[in-house]
Design a protein around this ligand. Structure first.
Ligand code: 5GP
Ligand code: ZN
Length: 112
């Protein structure tokens, strides 16, 4: 756990969140400021600051997170598809420095 990390605090149960999944390595919860009708994040419980800080030892964890994305998207009613975003670093617009994968959908997302 990294002190002053908001997602570590959510993992520890110190800050409430609308959780939709939890297992030994990963949690998922709705974004507090949704950018689409459905917007949640999949977050490793371990504090990894960003995708740029992930290491070979995290290979399985990263795979687990990506494989969870379509499962949770279906669970949340996104039957026609969803968008997956990982913001990395200042240049990537990352605001919370704890790796997370955004899943968005439920509206008409514009092509990128
Ligand atoms: P980033 O820009 O780092 O990729 O995304 C961080 C996301 O975390 C933002 O979409 C923001 O709305 C969300 N967020 C920030 N603080 C909280 C919080 O305390 N609870 C929840 N559920 N989401 C948060
Ligand atoms: Zn953290």
């Amino acid at each position: 756990m990294s002190e002053d990390c908001i997602f570590c605090k959510i993992v520890a149960g110190e800050i409430p969140a609308r959780k939709i999944h939890e297992d030994d390595e990963v949690i998922a919860f709705h974004d507090i400021h949704p950018a689409a009708p459905v917007h949640f994040m999949i977050v490793p419980k371990a504090h990894i600051s960003s995708l740029a800080d992930a290491e070979a030892a995290h290979e399985g964890l990263l795979g687990r997170i990506l494989l969870l994305a379509p499962k949770l998207a279906r669970q949340e009613g996104l039957h026609t598809g969803f968008r997956t975003i990982i913001n990395t670093g200042r240049g990537g617009g990352q605001e919370v420095m704890h790796l997370h994968v955004h899943i968005l959908g439920g509206g008409s997302l514009r092509a990128m």
